[in-house]
Design a protein around this ligand. Sequence first.
Ligand SMILES: C[S@@+](CC[C@H](N)C(=O)[O-])C[C@H]1O[C@@H](n2cnc3c(N)ncnc32)[C@H](O)[C@@H]1O
Length: 242
Amino acid sequence: MKTITQDRWNAAQTAEAANWQDAASRSSRVLYELTEHSEAAKVLDTYLGGKEDLDGLEVGIGPLGTGFLAVHAAGYFGRIIGLEPLPILDVNLADKALQEYVRAIQSRVEVVQAKGEAIPFGDETFDVTCCINVIDHAQHPDAILEEIRRVTKCGGIFVFGVNTLSLLGRIKWRVLRWMRPDKFLFVAHPHIYGWGQMSRQLRGQSLTMLWDNKPSLWQRMAGHGRMSFWILERASAAICVG
Ligand SMILES: C[S@@+](CC[C@H](N)C(=O)[O-])C[C@H]1O[C@@H](n2cnc3c(N)ncnc32)[C@H](O)[C@@H]1O
């Protein structure tokens, strides 16, 4: 079970906050943040098609307060809660049309300032939960996954994404981190994952795998770091216990 100290997490969050503060004033960065992850969005459509008025939760929505669900899937939702430990930033962009668009997306989200390790909602509250590019930044990743499973309804969908590194990438990461532990990349990411390790962990959460973007064997051995996605279902009501 991976955990880090409060001080180590605080250091990661301080680095993360500075990085987002910079992003919030750059149109190109904001545009990138809005458009990334569209690969998973297309697939999610096939599972949500025809549904409406859903309750959604995005854990670690990011300091822009826009996240994934409100950008890519807002039409399916009656309510989207965005959980985020850092304060939400006011974007100030040279591109005013983009700034208005960001504010419109922010208005689709009710932000709750909290950590994913203690989600302040009852069991089985949400039809769709989402957590992308968060657990490798967190204090206690396993606890976040357990909490997300708890608040997801039976038969509900969980959209999960995390950066994964190949075997070679993980070796290189450890060597470079040992050489330059103060570099942003290493400070902001207290945990690293491989695709196989993450997949096994998700199966251990009694979640049914609906789709993933599994990397090839070559990518898992020596490829570049990438965002790996899984779309999962919390087991159907008949077998959804605990
Ligand atoms: C790289 S950003 C990703 C933000 C957003 N999910 C995205 O994909 O653009 C990582 C986010 O995880 C958040 N985070 C870190 N630890 C967390 C925790 N314990 N619970 C919830 N969010 C956390 C950070 O505050 C930050 O907003």
